[in-house]
Design a protein around this ligand. Structure first.
Ligand code: HEC
Length: 167
C-alpha cells in the first residue's frame, strides 16, 4: 500500500517530466524555456519528495501505535517507558500478560493487582507504587524494596495499573 503510493508518485513525476520535455522541442522564446524547465524540475522534485515523505510518515506512525498498545490497552508515553522498566526489573519474578512475562517467584500481577486494588486506576497505581518503594514480605516471599524510585517507579506503577488483568 505504502510502496504502491511511492510508485504512483514516481510515475506521476516521470510522466510530468516527459510531457514537459517532449513539448520543449517546439520553438520557444528566449528565456521562456529556462523558466519552464525550472518549473518542471520543481514539480518533479516535489512529487518525488511527496512520494517519499508520506510513506515514511505512515511507517513511523504505524510503528508508534504498535509500541503504544499492550493487551488492547492504549499506553501513554510514560506507560510505554514503564513497560521497558518493568521488563528490565520486574518480569523475572512476576507473570504479566502485557509483557508476556512468566516469572514465578512473586504473585501473578494480572490476578493480585485486581484482587487487592480492584479496578480503580488510582488504587492500583498506589498499590504498585507502595510495593516498589517499600518492598513486601506478607508471606508469599520477599520482594526487595526500591528497585526503582521517583519518576521511574511512577512510570512502572502506571503501566502495571493500566494493564494488569487485561487479556
Ligand atoms: C526478586 C523477585 C521480585 C522482583 C524482582 C519483583 N518482585 Fe514484586 N513481588 C515479589 C514477591 C515474592 C512478592 C510477594 C511478597 C509478599 O507476599 O509479601 C511480590 C509482590 C508484588 C506485588 C503485590 C503486592 C501486594 O501488596 O500484594 C506487586 C504489585 C509487585 N510485586 C510488583 C512488582 C513490580 C512492579 C516489580 C518491579 C519494580 C517487582 N514487583 C519486582 C517478588 C519480586
Amino acid at each position: 500500500m505504502v510502496i504502491a503510493f511511492f510508485i504512483l508518485c514516481a510515475v506521476v513525476a516521470v510522466a510530468v517530466y516527459l510531457a514537459a520535455t517532449g513539448g520543449s522541442r517546439r520553438e520557444t522564446l528566449p528565456g521562456e524555456s529556462r523558466l519552464a524547465n525550472r518549473t518542471v524540475l520543481l514539480v518533479v522534485v516535489i512529487t518525488f519528495a511527496f512520494g517519499l515523505v508520506v510513506p515514511v510518515l505512515v511507517l513511523v506512525k504505524n510503528g508508534e501505535s504498535q509500541a503504544s498498545t499492550a493487551v488492547g490497552v492504549h499506553l501513554s508515553s510514560k506507560e510505554v517507558k514503564g513497560r521497558e522498566l518493568f521488563v528490565a526489573a520486574c518480569a523475572i519474578c512476576h507473570t504479566l500478560k502485557a509483557t508476556n512475562s512468566v516469572g514465578r517467584v512473586g504473585p501473578i500481577l494480572d490476578k493480585i493487582v485486581p484482587e487487592v486494588a480492584g479496578s480503580s486506576f488510582k488504587a492500583r497505581k498506589a498499590l504498585v507504587l507502595s510495593t516498589i518503594l517499600e518492598g513486601r514480605a506478607l508471606g508469599l516471599g520477599n520482594m526487595p524494596k526500591r528497585l526503582y524510585e521517583g519518576p521511574q517507579a511512577e512510570a512502572v506503577a502506571e503501566f502495571v495499573a493500566a494493564v494488569a488483568g487485561h487479556k
